[in-house]
Design a protein around this ligand. Structure first.
Ligand code: ADP
Ligand code: MG
Length: 519
């Protein structure tokens, strides 16, 4: 795959020189192992479920025992095609599985089935924003392969026997390995790329994206060079499974490589591991070349042939992509581009927003509430929007009350808090007895909170006028200051009146009344 690139033009890939670190340009390419969300393994019927007892989910095919034959999982191919379509790649009509031969305890069969010369997904690009600037990282390829097992080591210091064991449950789990060109020019760009890739694969639903469980593992190939010079020798940081560690590992690696070069040493191509406890990268082994793996086409598997009709069928059934959806929010709902990006940060947020906006017909307010109060509570409680204690119907009911002038903004915050804190079962019980639409049910519960707390905006001007008169009488100093030209004194009076009305006064009415009375 790797060709020797010599000209400066090609080295740069038409890109401007990236930001320099101590006079060096950082160059990064990513290889990401994405676990595909199929129920069964890539070439067998064994389950892929995470967390089972060790060695209960590896079957004879996964171990390549004599007499077994692998059979391609159609679902895995479908997911690879979906990914290719999502990033504008070429879907190879014919691709080939190859054996990658190496010895490792977690690979007792001695080879991994992968794709080598002809991968299923070729080219394509991932686009994202970094500091409000549009970036595009080109992909070389994405190929299907099987995962290996896992080595588990007992920690002797924790009372374990210090033994190592092998769990083969993961053997044969379908992976899509996604490889970029060396297009990234720093750790921030690399992390932004990885986040966008993570968003794409979870959005289209080909991967659960669970980084702790290893469903999305990134290898960062990092090198440094003097601007305009040839590409430096890279070291590959393996298995970065959090965005935070990714940034730390790359930053450490860049500092380390520059130190080495500055001290007159040459960088050796190597595979390194990041240690989250020390924040350092450490060489694990010198890097193998493709030749070391003695790749050859797997004689047990025929070429993977994908008919155009199949690709077109998948294209037609594919979910709307985040960028397309964001553009639609701008065109249809009049959201700004920033708002539309925020509302498509994840599929769950987008679904919540769309349902809310549709139910209340107030897209801008829906967006504001999701970005404001909801985001605040979600991050405080470290949960995602699909775990929020109430759904779009409730939010829409609340927004409708604001838009119709029934409650003030400050009262709305109280209703919001009450909704958030109330037992979620309440609405279910209510809708069980009477047949109500979800929105009507939600409106009822919002209404009940408004009534129970007396939050209806004060629309009776007599009642409000009484409070205004009381506040004016009690604050002669502020009144005098306002009359002598200090416009700010009015704010204190408004504050007192809002307080006197327990937040129920309509601020516009208060202003009107004050201006009338103070001239
Ligand atoms: P291999 O097959 O040995 O892993 P590849 O040529 O396929 O090597 O490259 C693997 C990854 O390393 C790709 O993402 C590629 O963009 C990246 N890469 C290649 N050369 C460099 C370099 N000099 N600096 C940083 N990344 C690089
Ligand atoms: Mg590689």
């Amino acid at each position: 795959m790797s060709e020797t690139i010599n000209t400066f033009e090609a080295q740069q890939h038409g890109r401007p020189t990236g930001p320099l670190v101590r006079g060096y340009e950082v160059v990064i390419g990513f290889e990401t192992h994405t676990q595909l969300s199929t129920q069964s393994k890539i070439f067998s019927r064994a389950s892929t479920a995470f967390g089972a007892e060790p060695n209960t989910q590896a079957c004879a095919v996964d171990l390549a025992l004599p007499g077994t034959l692998p059979v391609m999982n159609r679902g895995a191919v479908e997911r690879a095609i979906e990914f290719g379509l999502a990033i504008g790649a070429h879907i190879a009509p014919r691709s080939v599985f190859a054996r990658k031969n190496y010895f490792y305890p977690d690979l007792p069969k001695g080879y991994q089935i992968s794709q080598f010369e002809i991968p299923v997904v070729q080219g394509g690009q991932v686009e994202f924003f970094l500091n409000e600037e549009k970036r595009s990282v080109r992909l070389v390829r994405a190929h299907l392969e099987e995962d290996a097992g896992k080595s588990l080591h007992e920690d002797a210091s924790l009372g374990g026997g210090g033994m190592s064991g092998i769990d083969l449950n993961r053997a044969g789990t379908p992976l899509l390995e996604i490889v970029t060109e060396p297009d990234m020019r720093g750790s921030s760009e690399a992390v932004a790329y990885a986040k966008e890739l993570h968003k794409i694969v979870t959005w289209i639903g080909i991967c659960d994206g669970n980084m702790q469980e290893g469903s999305f593992r990134c290898d960062a190939n990092v090198s440094v060079r003097k601007p305009g010079g040839p590409l430096g020798t890279r070291r590959e940081i393996k298995n970065l499974n959090s965005f935070k560690f990714m940034q730390q590992a790359i930053d450490y690696e860049v500092r380390w490589q520059i130190d080495e070069i500055e001290e007159g040493r040459e960088i050796q191509q190597a595979t390194v591991l990041f240690n989250a406890d020390t924040g350092e990268t450490r060489a694990m082994r010198t890097k193998e070349d493709a030749a070391d793996y003695r790749y050859f086409p797997d004689p047990d598997l025929p070429p993977l042939v994908i008919a155009d009709a199949w690709v077109e069928q998948i294209r037609a059934e594919m979910t709307e992509l985040p960028r397309v959806m964001a553009a639609r929010f701008v065109a249809q709902s009049g959201l700004s581009e920033d708002d539309a990006n925020a509302m498509t940060q994840s599929k769950a947020v987008a679904a919540y927003f769309e349902a809310t906006a549709q139910a209340c017909n107030q897209p801008k307010l829906a967006c504001n509430w999701i970005m404001g109060e909801i985001s605040r509570r979600l991050s405080a409680e470290e949960i995602s929007i699909d775990q929020a204690p109430f759904g779009p119907q409730q939010l829409a009911a609340l927004i409708t009350k604001i838009a119709n002038g029934i409650i003030s903004n400050s009262a709305a915050k109280q209703v919001f808090d009450a909704l958030w804190n109330q037992a979620p079962s309440e609405d279910v019980a209510l809708s069980g007895s009477v047949l109500l639409s979800a929105f009507a049910t939600a409106t009822l519960s919002v209404e009940r909170i408004i009534e129970a707390n007396g939050l209806t905006q004060m629309n009776d001007s007599g009642e409000l006028e009484k409070i205004v008169d009381e506040v004016l009488a009690a604050n002669p100093k502020n009144v005098a200051e306002y009359k002598s030209g200090n416009a700010k004194a009015l704010n204190a009076l408004v504050g007192q009146i809002m307080k006197g009305s327990k937040g129920k006064a309509n601020p516009q009415q208060v202003n009107g009344l004050l201006h009338k009375k103070l001239g």
